[in-house]
Design a protein around this ligand. Structure first.
Ligand code: KG4
Ligand code: ZN
Length: 332
């Protein structure tokens, strides 16, 4: 079964053709990230205007690269939320139009849950994910834990009560002078352990929730303090980056392992932009429980995992009923 998947929840415009939920036949991604530097971050109006320009070329390229056409695909999948409303609308309206014209099934997808399905793509051994599993979605906008009872049954267990882990990485990167390079810049510049110590928020409370806004403030205070000292240099920046990465990954790993123990999970899988973090992967790999993570290229936003989730979920709906929902709850 070939699904044409469309993803436009944030600044990417992506279309993919996914076969049987596991094989990427094509996956085209256009991003306006180069413009964020100029405007100091993501400006929704700027992003959606770019998406309007490239949505049709991106879909056409995905079909052509897959040697498919609107007639030959079996179904359409689209991210309906959560995300930026102007961006979501572009993907959703394109998908509805294709479904209407071709009379093909249309499957609405929750972007956050879908991140976990990058684990099913391209790697046959991933099909061995052992259930029940704990899924951690960790991105620029979300930090959420799920109990995965099987390939399509997910229950929300907890999440951030304020900012996402990716937001803390991004804030730290800006404070350390890395612009909008975010978590990847922190990972690359992480140096040695030092006396600098940041908090590990909610590490020992009895919920499966996270909190990163206090950590952001602690990072700000520490950076200001270190910048005021005479020995502030590249080495200290490396030590700060090291501690930022350690504190965020310590919390993510500890909470996920707590969830795994509580629900007697047989494996852990992760997804989302922060799942690309090498130190995070290392820490999970050091735990006793089988661990699955997607290839780095499939961690950040793209339509491939939208198509995979749509295949396993398999619930198409009448195109009339589909709407873009910016604050779609991750609990659904
Ligand atoms: O999933 P994603 O592409 O977009 C959202 O849906 O939010 O995630 C983007 C986030 C950003 O916060 C970025 O800093 C973070 O993923 N990220 C990383 C790494 N690569 C991307 N964080 C830590 N380490 C990385 N290597
Ligand atoms: Zn995402």
């Amino acid at each position: 079964m070939n699904i044409l998947a469309i993803e436009t929840s944030c600044d990417e415009t992506s279309a993919a053709v996914i076969q049987d939920g596991t094989k990427i036949v094509s996956n085209i991604i256009a991003t306006s990230s180069a413009m964020h530097e100029k405007y100091g971050g993501i400006v929704p109006e700027v992003v959606s205007r770019e998406q309007l320009k490239c949505i049709l070329p991106v879909i056409t390229e995905a079909l052509t690269a897959a040697n498919q056409s609107y007639e030959s695909i079996d179904a359409i999948a689209v991210t309906i939320g959560p995300g930026l409303i102007g961006s979501l609308l572009i993907g959703v309206e394109a998908a509805k139009t294709i479904a209407f014209v071709t009379n093909k099934p249309l499957i609405p997808v929750n972007h956050v849950l879908a991140h976990l399905y990058a684990n099913y793509l391209e790697q046959p051994e991933k099909h061995a994910i052992l259930f029940p599993a704990i899924g951690l979605v960790v991105s620029g906008g979300h930090t959420e834990l799920f109990l995965m009872k099987n390939k399509k049954d997910l229950t929300w267990l907890g999440g951030t009560v304020d900012d996402a882990a990716g937001e803390a990485f991004d804030k730290a990167a800006r404070l350390l002078g890395f612009g909008s390079q975010g978590g990847l810049a922190i990972q690359k510049s992480a140096g040695k352990k030092s006396k600098i110590k940041l908090p590990r928020p909610l590490l020992h409370d009895d919920t499966l929730n996270f909190s990163f806004s206090g950590l952001k403030t602690a990072i700000l205070r520490e950076v200001i303090k270190q910048k005021g000292l005479p020995e502030f240099n590249e080495k200290v920046i490396g030590e700060l980056a090291y501690e930022v990465q350690e504190s965020i990954t310590d919390v993510l790993v500890t909470k996920t392992l707590q969830a795994a123990e509580l629900y007697d999970a047989q494996s852990i899988c992760i997804g989302g932009g922060v799942a690309a973090n090498v130190r995070l992967r290392e820490k999970f790999q050091q735990s006793d429980i089988p661990f699955f993570c997607p290839p780095v290229s499939l961690c950040t936003d793209n339509a491939a995992y939208i198509g995979s989730y749509a295949y396993f979920k398999g619930e198409s709906v009448d195109w009339h009923t589909i709407q873009a929902i910016p604050d779609l709850s991750v609990e659904v």
